[in-house]
Design a binder for this molecule. Structure first.
Ligand SMILES: [Zn+2]
Length: 123
C-alpha cells in the first residue's frame, strides 16, 4: 500500500489538507505477492474499501458501489499514480479484482471485463 497526500489543485472535492488518500482501490494479501509471478499470471486482489472504516473519506469507492463507479474512482487514482514512475508497479482491474506484474498492460482492456487496466503497486 502506498498512501500519499492529494494535490489540492487536482482535487475537485474539498478535503481537509491533512487528508491521506490511496492511489489504488485494491491491495494484495501479502507483501511480495508479485515476486514469482509470470507476465501472464494473474493474482486475486482485495478491495480496500471492504477493509477500511470510512472508505469514502479515504478517496475510495463506497462499499456496494457499482462497477462503473468503482472504475471511475480507481481510474482517477491511477492517473495520479501514473505520473510517478515506480519500477515495480504492475496493473490491476479494480472491478474484477485481479492484478498482473506487466506494466506494459497499463490502460489495455481487462481480459475479463474489458475495462482499462490501471496502475497497481504491490507494497
Ligand atoms: Zn476487469
Amino acid at each position: 500500500m502506498w498512501p500519499f497526500k492529494k494535490k489540492q489543485t487536482t482535487q475537485p472535492e474539498a478535503l481537509p489538507p491533512a487528508s491521506i488518500s490511496y492511489s489504488q482501490v485494491d491491495t494484495t494479501e501479502r507483501f511480495g505477492d508479485n515476486l514469482g509471478l509470470a507476465q501472464d499470471e494473474w493474482i486475486a486482489t482485495i478491495p480496500l474499501n471492504e477493509m477500511t472504516q470510512d472508505p469514502e473519506s479515504m478517496g475510495l469507492p463506497s462499499v456496494g458501489a457499482s462497477a462503473d463507479e468503482v472504475f471511475r474512482v480507481a481510474s482517477r487514482l491511477s492517473q495520479l499514480r501514473e505520473s510517478i514512475p515506480i519500477p515495480t508497479d504492475g496493473v490491476y482491474c479494480a472491478v474484477c479484482h485481479i492484478a498482473n506484474i506487466d506494466i506494459g498492460k497499463l490502460r489495455s482492456p481487462c481480459p475479463q471485463c474489458g475495462r482499462e487496466l490501471l496502475k497497481f503497486g504491490w507494497d
